[in-house]
Design a protein around this ligand. Structure first.
Ligand code: FES
Length: 502
């Protein structure tokens, strides 16, 4: 049987969006929010409720960025273990991290209920489980830290999974939803009464000041404050030393047997994340994982294959219906950066949302809307974007930034993939040396060749070909470009320079 399979997320296919206009000419509002994902839409929605005129500016379509690729686990179980947070932020800080994640889940629940949003929101337990003796030890340590910071959790051997598990940390009252149904409904409430949703409007520059100016390809927006909710902030240099971009992979497979709804996480390195979802009467298991640093692997297709093998080994599935991948930005010290950008008066950022994008993206909306309205936020100090925690994550900080420096030099000196265009297979990209210069060449299936400079327009590292997703990826700070050089993901705002080949 030929399996039906699409390289789009289950969410994109099952909840199409209506189109919003581009910016035409100049405009003035109170707040410009750059980025039409969970952080941007939540911030804009909350500000509009308080009477602010907002404009959400999205480079592509709403939810086409990382929010569209989420698997939408709403959980207090963070990527950074609570034992690490306790040691780096103290018990008070770790407790606040748990409380704020809880508050974000409750905010989503409140909005779903208050706005009557039909998005399959449901509360369920989360399980982080161990399959080996070594994993059990680490899990017991984490359970004690989780209890210490107030999580409603227990250790249990009873995990409703169809394979043996030695022990699990069960956390009560977590949640899941259909992220596009939720956020598209939220988006509906933003446009109108002086507020705007603007799609296919690429920002080319952000100028802090009184007023701020946000320049786009189709006009300039003037405003009091700017929120950059763009996964990674545009062109910031200092902040990027604290952000580490990873690719993660996900698939949705049709379930042919029972699987109890829950959020499940194994303890492998990198870990897998699992949940279920029913769409149009069909039950799916959604499995994610296989994370790796952006731009460090060309054969990205093998990660989909490994994930598929993992799903088939463990769950009663017949076919893989959807597969997709996304970008996860890990923060240096384990907590997101949300607040005023360093050196800025009126530019705010939300980034480093880690593997808990829906939860922390909502939290970003709560914190930023409070701050922009001149209110106190109980969580603002913990997530302050300008913070530097010299001890927290210092090993990763040194290693990741040394790798950026290494990439900057090594990729320039590295041998090209090919010396002749004939060596580039159809449908593939290669770094080719032409007349002594490296060129990033993509060859269409029909043979047409597109050549661009391999130099990333953010800070000058060299891009690498990503086979599975057909993109040029930068290993330094995660910018991604289409095969013909257009920006797919920031922080770069300019596409790769086109090259003419003789
Ligand atoms: S993303 Fe920073 S150099 Fe490419």
């Amino acid at each position: 049987m030929v399996e039906e399979r699409t390289h789009k997320s289950l969410w994109t296919v099952s909840a199409p969006a209506r189109r919003y206009p581009r910016l035409h000419g100049d405009m003035e509002v109170d707040v410009v929010v750059i980025g039409g994902g969970v952080a941007g839409l939540t911030t804009a929605w909350l500000l509009k409720q308080e009477g602010k005129r907002v404009a959400v500016v999205e480079m592509h379509r709403l939810l086409s960025g990382q929010t569209g690729q989420t698997t939408a686990h709403l959980t207090e179980l963070l990527d950074t273990p609570y034992s690490t947070l306790v040691s780096d932020f103290g018990e008070k800080g770790a407790r606040l991290a748990a409380e704020s994640s809880r508050a974000a889940i409750e905010k989503i629940a409140e909005l779903v209920e208050r706005q009557g949003i039909s998005c399959d929101f449901r509360r369920l337990p989360a399980y982080r489980y161990a399959e080996t003796v070594a994993e059990v030890k680490a899990l017991e340590k984490e359970a004690s830290a989780a209890r210490q910071v107030g999580l409603m959790c227990t250790l249990t051997k009873h995990v409703p999974l169809p394979y043996p598990v030695k022990l699990a940390l069960r956390v009560e009252d977590q949640a899941q939803l259909h992220p596009r149904e939720y956020l598209l409904a939220l988006a509906e409430g933003i446009a109108g009464e002086g507020s705007h949703l603007l799609e296919e409007t690429k920002v080319t520059a952000v100028r802090d000041g009184v007023p701020c100016r946000v320049e786009t390809e189709h006009g300039t927006l003037t405003c009091r404050d700017v929120v950059e909710a763009t996964t990674t902030p545009l062109n910031r240099v200092f902040l990027h030393t604290k952000l580490y971009p990873y690719r993660t992979y996900a698939l949705a497979a049709r379930l042919e047997g029972p699987l109890e709804a829950g959020l499940y996480y194994d303890s492998q390195e990198p870990y897998h994340y699992i949940r279920t979802q029913r769409v149009e009467g069909v039950d799916y298991v959604i499995v994610g994982g296989e994370d790796h640093k952006v731009g460090t692997e060309e054969d990205t297709a093998r990660h989909f294959e490994a994930l598929e093998a993992y799903a088939r080994r463990r769950f009663p599935v017949t076919g893989i219906s959807y597969r997709w991948s996304g970008q996860v930005i890990e923060p240096a010290d384990g907590l997101a950066y949300i607040g005023r950008n360093s050196g800025s008066r009126h530019v705010w950022v939300a980034t480093g949302l880690s593997g808990t994008g829906l939860t922390w993206g909502t939290l970003a909306g709560m914190i930023l809307s409070d701050l922009l309205l001149g209110r106190q936020s109980p969580y603002a100090a913990l997530y302050e974007a300008t913070r530097v925690k010299p001890k927290a994550g210092v090993k990763d900080f040194i290693q990741e930034n040394a790798e950026v420096a290494f990439r900057f030099v090594a990729d320039r000196l590295a041998r090209p993939d090919a010396h002749d265009l004939s060596e580039v297979p159809p449908g593939e990209g290669r770094i080719v040396e032409v007349d002594g210069h490296k060129v990033a060449v993509f060859k269409e299936e029909g043979g047409a060749v597109h050549a661009v400079s391999p130099v990333c327009t953010h800070l000058g590292c060299h891009v690498h070909w990503n086979r599975a997703e057909r993109s040029w990826d930068c290993p330094c700070h995660g910018s991604r470009y289409s095969p013909t050089g257009e920006v797919l993901n920031g922080p770069a705002v300019k596409g790769l320079t086109a090259k003419k080949l003789r």
